[in-house]
Design a protein around this ligand. Sequence first.
Ligand SMILES: NC(=O)c1ccc[n+]([C@@H]2O[C@H](COP(=O)([O-])OP(=O)(O)OC[C@H]3O[C@@H](n4cnc5c(N)ncnc54)[C@H](O)[C@@H]3O)[C@@H](O)[C@H]2O)c1
Length: 282
Amino acid sequence: MDDLAGKTAFVTGAASGIGLGIATALAQAGVKVMLCDIEAEALDAAVAALQASNADVAGVVADVSLKAQLQAAADATVARYGKVHILVNNAGVGGGGGYGEWNDASWDWTIGVNLMSVVWGVEIFGPLLESHGEGGQIVSTASMAGLIAAVAPAYNVTKYGVVALSEGLRPALAGRGIGVSVLCPGFIRTRIMESQRNIPDRLAGSVALPPEAGEDDTFRQMAIAAITHGIDPLYVGELVREGIEGDWPYIFTDTQFEPAVDARFAAIKAGFDKIRDRKPQY
Ligand SMILES: NC(=O)c1ccc[n+]([C@@H]2O[C@H](COP(=O)([O-])OP(=O)(O)OC[C@H]3O[C@@H](n4cnc5c(N)ncnc54)[C@H](O)[C@@H]3O)[C@@H](O)[C@H]2O)c1
């Protein structure tokens, strides 16, 4: 998508962190942006700050893990802006608990926000992006945890799912004028380690919470430190804007985890090597 000015984007999880960085970078390029988030107060503040810079933006509150609320947010976007050209499936939550800690509510919450919202986003917005014939782009935020299973199991599973969905949709939607990109950030300076603030009321008290400070595990402390000193979300937003302009299949933020991805590919190749000289029996 060469010329972003005057186009319209819908961005989920846009009141904070990477989503706000993407919304800001797109608004700075002259894109009209509908910011969507579950947190009304943070959303109002984000929209007001962008409007103060003369950006044409608006906000809509939705819990994207509920399909009806995502549909209502899409309806509000069409009502406000008419055409939609760019969908950014970015809302996400971390956590879920490791082996021996997880429970059904934690899996439901993580899968709902991180994966089903992306499935529904494509389903609801795909026809809107296609309808005007001006071209469209879908960007979905996965993670490096979508390429190396380095974080909590539910988080890894949803992020691998977002990578798989994006890779599969890219060739399928190319003929329909829709580009598909997957964003795989490294450590970005956001509020992701405070995701428990986003647990909806219907799941309150059921989701496995991260350990209290003090009884924290080493991995969580390391992740908090890395994210506290992580990459600027606006820089990520600018990369995403460039990725949309260039229809990048993968949008990475840095090369920190490239050796870990290489190691995964090497382990997969070693699996093939074990049976390379065998003759399959049919
Ligand atoms: N921060 C990182 O290091 C990092 C790394 C890789 C991937 N990511 C991914 O980036 C995305 C954005 O996260 P972030 O790091 O900016 O964290 P963040 O907590 O700062 O922002 C997440 C936003 O999503 C919103 N949200 C949460 N649940 C929602 C729901 N059900 N409906 C609508 N909105 C909801 C939150 O209110 C918040 O505004 C997530 O998908 C996350 O998994 C983050």
